[in-house]
Ligand binder design. Structure first.
Ligand code: SF4
Length: 358
């Protein structure tokens, strides 16, 4: 197995099943995470066997954008900027079929994104049906109340991750008036109910200092977050390049990532983070793959180009995508770029692969 991929699998196991700090204040989740940890081991062997016997690369992590519908209209929303055809969206049954297949192929973590995932009917059926898999759901948090919150609390393999942009001023500026207070009120009720949850923040040149150079993460930890996802901003187009992290901020983040992790007792995940130890970009199946809301199998959420669609074929067949293989075989070329995604920076090249495959 490729060294970089092997190291990523180790990091994943470490982060999920061995991270006592992560579960320290949520002990009711320990049995479920023990089960998830065992499955991470098993699924690693399945992936290794498929790689050796069928030359098939299956990622440990599958990101699925289940809908483009959303109850917010944030400025510069990445999902909205893709203008995906609503009528082509996968049904709940199609998504369920894909997750069933992914579980048998060795995927062990499913990240659910959108749009707003809680707007997708039957979305909670997935973690209920697959207690062996870890589900991380990226949500704006506004629907995580009442019966939905009660249903989520029963699913010990599901971790909702609520989006903020920083404090009240930055969050409301992008997400709308009153959103910060609404989301932090949801966080308080999740914390009181003993729910395992996290926060995700898109790191931009504007909010970097507030998030990384202040006690912001400590305050999120005190609010009950057991994980923080720091996602480096990826520009939708030329018009918002100024929001990309500056070279100084990128260098500071690389230099302080480990310290941030050790200074907090919650899990801190920096995306894409320093991919060098893994031999470069983890997209295209090396660490993860993305399925768009229309079923297209893509190397990364930030490179919406594809030559296979899981609505038309089994996931195993889609994984043999020539475009994905080509990107993977050239991952060494995909070095750090302006903005958080090397593939985005090489979008024209990826696009050319799509036209060559079709
Ligand atoms: S909540 Fe997410 S998907 Fe919805 S508009 Fe905001 S950024 Fe876009």
């Amino acid at each position: 197995m490729n060294e970089g991929i092997a190291l990523f699998n180790e990091t994943l196991t470490e982060a999920v099943s061995k991270n006592k700090r992560f579960l320290a204040r949520r002990t009711s989740y320990i049995p479920s995470f023990a089960r998830i940890g065992i499955n991470i081991g098993k699924s690693g062997k399945i992936r290794e066997t498929l790689a050796e016997s069928e030359n098939l690369v299956v990622p440990p992590v599958l990101i699925i954008s289940v809908t483009n519908d959303c109850n917010l209209a944030c400025a510069g929303c990445y999902a909205c900027s893709q203008h995906r055809d609503k009528s082509a969206e996968m049904s709940a049954a199609q998504i369920e079929r894909v997750v069933d297949e992914a579980a048998t192929l060795g995927v062990c973590v499913v990240m659910i994104a959108g749009g707003e995932p809680f707007l997708k009917p039957d979305i909670l059926k997935l973690p209920k049906k697959h207690p062996e898999l870890l589900f991380v759901m990226f949500t704006n948090g506004l629907l995580l109340t009442g019966d939905t919150a009660a249903a989520v609390r029963k699913l010990k393999n599901l971790v909702p991750v609520l989006s903020l942009e920083g404090g009240r001023q930055l969050t409301d500026a992008r997400r709308g008036e009153g959103v910060y207070d609404a989301v932090t009120a949801v966080m308080r009720s999740l914390d009181e109910s003993g729910q395992l949850f996290g926060v995700s923040v898109t790191l931009t040149s504007v909010n970097y200092d507030e998030i990384v150079r202040s006690d912001y993460l400590k305050r999120m930890q005190d609010a009950g977050c057991r994980a923080a996802f720091l996602i480096e901003y990826v520009p939708c187009g030329a018009e918002d390049l100024s929001l990309c992290l500056t070279d100084e901020q990128k260098a500071h983040l690389r230099a302080t990532e480990k310290d941030l992790y050790h200074r907090h007792d919650m899990l801190i995940v920096s995306l894409p983070g320093n991919e060098d130890p893994y031999g470069g970009c983890l997209a295209s199946g090396r660490g993860f793959l993305h399925i768009g809301s229309n079923g297209s199998l893509e190397a990364c959420p930030f490179a919406p180009y594809s030559d296979t669609n899981v609505k038309d074929m089994p996931l195993k067949q889609a994984l043999k995508s020539r475009l994905i293989q080509e990107v993977r075989h050239n991952h060494g070329k995909l070095k750090e770029s302006r903005g958080g995604c090397a593939l985005k920076e090489n979008a024209e090249w990826v696009k050319s692969l799509q036209s060559r495959s079709s």
